[in-house]
Design a protein around this ligand. Structure first.
Ligand code: OAD
Length: 258
């Protein structure tokens, strides 16, 4: 993978930043083998219709189909490991006075890598929650066969994946914390998100309004690009490890960094 040139001024800003926020999307997990949503050909929405799989109406119509699809996506997540980009953010957290990851991903790979301040805006695919009472449940499939639908251990109603579907609000606590972090940060990195799904896609504007330094790491341009001070057009795994290594040269001997 060839790394793009990383501007010295971005390296200096990152070294001096007191609070760094990294907004991530499906692109950061692409190099772990988890498909994105909107990449042409390989993206999930190129093959599946979200109306059939990722709305409350779809779940009411056909919970079996929805669970089948989420079980398949869970199996991809279970096989995946954090990649060099996730690991670079763990190193960044060790060096930056404060680092918050705001993620739209439901795969849990940031936490698995070892990042500690991770705000999951769209839930977590490994959890389920009661479709009536909303209480979260871990490992809801334990003991169930593939055809069996999981039920709430408390009230017996159907469990649903603990993710945000189209038309649903984001978890209030995570959204409030993300809004506060981005509105108070001095450097924002937008990594691997198409910037098309709101409210997550509106959050970077809070950093822009505040005058924070902003950078996008994505092989493609997005609607966010116009607001960014820096655009690094390459995969996250080719940018984040050298960005961290150049910013904090004492980390360069680490196996996760080039
Ligand atoms: P998308 O699939 O919309 O966008 C993925 C972005 O990652 C694209 O802009 C790609 O160019 C970029 N990309 C691909 N490979 C990359 C790599 N190796 N490194 C860096 N960038 C790369 O995914 P999201 O923006 O996360 O919502 O999508 C937002 C939401 O839409 C998702 O959370 C999901 C989806 O519908 C829900 O399920 C609620």
């Amino acid at each position: 993978m060839t790394s793009p040139t990383i501007p010295d001024s971005l390296i200096r800003s990152l070294r001096e930043a007191q609070h760094v926020v990294v907004l991530t999307g499906a692109g950061i997990s692409a190099e772990s083998g988890i498909p994105t949503f909107r990449d042409a050909q390989t993206g999930l929405w190129a093959q599946y219709d979200p109306e059939d799989l990722a709305t409350p109406q779809a779940f009411r119509r056909n919970p079996q189909l929805v669970w089948e699809w989420y079980r398949w996506r869970r199996s991809l997540v279970e096989k995946a490991s954090p990649n060099a980009a996730h690991r670079a953010l763990v190193h960044m957290e060790q060096k930056a006075p404060r680092l918050t990851i705001v993620t739209q991903n439901v795969d849990g790979l940031h936490k698995q890598a070892g990042s500690s301040e991770v705000l999951e805006l769209h839930g977590n695919i490994m959890r389920a929650r009661c479709s009536v009472e909303n209480a979260s449940v871990d490992s809801p499939d334990r003991g169930g066969s593939d055809d069996e639908l999981p039920h709430c251990p408390t009230c017996g109603a159907l469990l649903r994946p603990d993710v945000v579907w189209f038309g649903e609000p984001l978890p209030t606590e995570a959204l409030n914390a993300a809004t506060a972090a981005i509105g108070a940060c001095d450097l924002l990195l937008c990594v691997g998100t198409s910037g098309l799904v709101h409210p997550a896609a509106s959050l970077p504007l809070l950093a822009v309004e505040r005058g924070a330094i902003t950078a996008e790491i994505n092989p493609q341009k997005t609607p966010l690009s116009q607001w960014m001070d820096y655009e690094l057009r390459a995969p996250a795994g080719a940018v984040l490890p050298p960005l961290v290594a150049h910013t904090w040269p004492d980390l360069a001997g680490d196996e996760a960094l080039p």
